[in-house]
Design a protein around this ligand. Structure first.
Ligand code: ADE
Ligand code: ZN
Length: 324
């Protein structure tokens, strides 16, 4: 089954490129940029990846990305990810990135934008992997800053496929970011948002109503609200679910207890994704294999979820038809 799952052309819609930073590359970039890491070995970094919840992960995630400074760093980061994605049989990737987390460290927008866009072009020509770019805003920072950063990114607006919303969810309701999402929409840029990961089902409804997003990242807590489930089913709003991430961040105690089967039984539009593979113990293929082992899903189940992802992807219609 693993071989078959590897060969199934998969689309990854929920991936934080900063969350693909493996400890080996973290050390190489720290050396390159003269950054001192609070660890003395790759093993020590991996040993620190034992999270209590989303905030405890985010602390290490923001610390880890401190080694990323130049356009070349972002290019190398993304190319290392694309090489692994190719081994996993990933055909299409939507990379989210957090420009504010770099700006606050004095890294200008050019570095992530130009580095990531160059890597996306290279992944297409070297591996035949198509991609999309999602500019994400940090929900635990000021929404006014998000709008300013979005305006500063004007030179790249035509290269952005969507805007997103991530970081610490609890007590940071999505509605505060309605302005920047409306501004993006006015420019023809759609929105996606993390909701219902550690936050309640109410945040999923709020993201849908106030940000007018076309997909929900995670969304697993929707099951707490039957009316919301009915709405998500009727509209077939895609949920980008990240099984191994949810276990690592204790959204669910074990994978066997994950609500994925219930979400699918409720008729929801479910896709499988890796979120932050360097931190959560596996990429797309590991997530697929883990779901096979936990839920006994058949080939048809995986084909179904892969089709959901291709249909929900920001990609040219020609490419979509080729992958369906
Ligand atoms: N940023 C990176 N990974 C994230 C996650 N799983 N949830 C919220 N923000 C994130
Ligand atoms: Zn995420």
């Amino acid at each position: 089954m693993t071989t078959w799952l590897r060969e199934l052309p998969k689309a990854e819609l929920h991936l934080h490129i900063e969350g693909t930073l493996e400890p080996e590359l973290m050390f190489a970039l720290a050396d390159r940029n003269g950054v001192t890491l609070p660890y003395d070995s790759v093993e020590a970094v991996r040993a620190a990846y034992d999270f209590e919840d989303l905030p405890s992960f985010l602390n290490l995630y923001y610390q880890g990305m401190g080694v990323l400074h130049t356009q070349a760093d972002f290019f190398d980061l993304a190319m290392a990810y694309f090489a692994r994605a190719r081994e996993d049989g990933v055909a299409h990737v939507e990379l989210s990135f957090d420009p504010q987390a770099h700006l606050v460290r004095g890294v200008p927008l050019e570095a992530p934008f130009e580095g990531l866009l160059a890597a996306c072009r290279e992944a297409d020509s070297r591996y035949g992997i198509s991609s999309a770019l999602i500019m994400s805003f940090l929900r635990d920072r000021d929404p006014v800053e998000a709008l300013e950063v979005f305006e500063q990114a004007a030179p790249w607006h035509s290269m952005i496929d969507a805007v997103g919303l991530d970081s610490a969810e609890r007590d940071h309701p999505p509605g505060r970011f309605a302005k920047v999402f409306a501004r993006a929409r006015a420019l023809g840029i759609p929105g996606v948002a993390h909701a219902g990961e550690e936050g309640s089902a109410a945040y999923i409804r709020e993201a849908w109503e106030t940000l007018e997003v076309c997909r929900i990242d995670h969304g697993v807590r929707c099951l707490e609200d039957a009316d919301l489930v009915a709405m998500l089913r009727e509209r077939q709003i895609p949920l980008t679910v990240c099984p191994l991430s949810n276990v690592k961040l204790k959204v669910t105690p074990t994978l066997t207890e994950h609500p994925l089967p219930a979400l699918r039984e409720a008729g929801l539009n479910v896709t499988l994704n890796s979120d932050d593979p360097a931190y959560f113990g596996g990429g797309m293929l590991d997530n697929y294999v883990a779901c096979h082992d936990a839920f006994g899903w058949t080939r048809d189940d995986f084909i179904d979820m892969t089709r959901n992802a291709v249909q929900a992807a920001f990609m040219a219609e020609e490419r979509r038809e080729a992958l369906l």
